[in-house]
Design a protein around this ligand. Structure first.
Ligand SMILES: [Zn+2]
Ligand SMILES: [Zn+2]
Length: 330
């Protein structure tokens, strides 16, 4: 069976489970491992059955739980080369600190070494575990294995590497790859990241397009969104709410730019004028909590779809930030 479960969508975290045949892929890991597992269980998806994680781009709302989740599950992570490099840079920032902060860090490291001598254990990523931090990432580095693996001793500080992953696989936009039973076609999207991509997932004759985090819809993306059974597309902001809203001017400019995010109007213009109407489901995603309202996004898209009689059969759904969307099955 083919399934599509949006676990979270928006600027506070993005993650989706795509299932086809016997294969399950997590698309982005923008929530803590703890929260991802909690939402998967709520959506009746078993984290232990995930086969791979694939990443659209390195912004924190798409990767914040990546390292811990991949290590807990011991599964490969698929990136483009540039996105992997950017993620490594992001997760291992050059630390600049005052002398007082340096002294404090030395004191804490000494305390940690003492604690290691007492052979502390690492707890499993269950719903009771507190949110992971960069330090947790470091502590758990080099620790692949299933989520129910037995507790292990912490690695010595010298071996900690927050960028360690069980396995890294590279792909390129424009070159389809096969992950188990799912074929994945990555395509370039216009967004202010190192090498951002959208995807078309294809399994059991079902095509699902994934296009969020894009400033506009260029011809190469329009070509990818044709003849799909599910269209997951960004409807990020209402233009007036963004202009009048709380963001600083520079951030507003970034969101509005050709490498920012797709507005309700831009999304609906696409749905009205160029969308081929083939999808059984249209899912609006990455809605801004500050500069949009779900009903505004829905009404704008509905107007666009209802203006075309042949599209009345489309089911329009809204992905949410704080809870999973009911699983879509084919
Ligand atoms: Zn982004
Ligand atoms: Zn994003």
């Amino acid at each position: 069976m083919v399934r599509f479960t949006v676990l979270a969508s928006g600027s506070k975290g993005n993650s989706t489970v795509v299932t086809g045949g016997k294969t399950r892929i997590l698309v982005d890991a923008g929530l803590s491992c703890r929260e991802l597992f909690k939402r998967m269980k709520a959506a009746d998806e078993d984290p232990a059955t995930l086969d791979a994680i694939i990443i659209t781009h390195e912004h924190s709302d798409h990767v914040s739980g990546l390292a811990v989740t991949a290590r807990k599950l011991g599964i490969p992570v698929y990136f483009t080369h540039a996105t992997h490099r950017a993620w490594v840079r992001w997760i291992s920032p050059r630390r600049q600190m005052t002398y007082a902060q340096w002294i404090e860090q030395c004191r804490q490291q000494a305390a940690a070494r003492m604690a290691e001598a007492d052979a502390q254990t690492v707890e499993d990523c269950d719903p009771e575990e507190p949110d992971s931090t960069i330090d947790d990432l470091a502590a758990n580095a080099s620790e692949p294995g299933p989520s129910d693996a037995a507790p292990k001793k912490r690695k010595p500080a010298a071996e900690k590497d927050p960028t360690a992953l069980p396995s890294v696989q590279y792909f390129e936009a424009g070159k389809p790859i096969q992950i188990g039973d799912i074929s994945v076609s990555p395509f370039t999207i216009p967004h202010d990241a190192a090498d951002p991509v959208g995807f078309v997932f294809h399994a059991e004759g079902v095509r699902m397009a994934f296009a969020t985090d894009l400033g506009y819809i260029p011809p190469n993306v329009k070509a990818q969104l044709k003849s799909v059974d599910l269209l997951y597309i960004e409807s990020n902001h209402d233009l007036e709410m963004l202009r009048d809203g709380p963001y600083p001017w520079s951030v507003k400019q970034r969101v509005l730019s050709r490498v920012g995010h797709l507005s309700n109007d831009a999304c609906s213009t696409y749905l009205e004028t160029e969308y081929d109407g083939q999808a059984t489901y249209v899912v609006l995603g990455h809605l801004s909590e500050s500069n949009n309202m779900p009903e505004l996004a829905r009404i704008t898209a509905e107007r666009a779809l209802n203006g075309r009689a042949s599209l009345l059969a489309n089911r329009l759904l809204l992905a949410q930030q704080h809870e999973p969307l009911a699983t879509i099955c084919f």
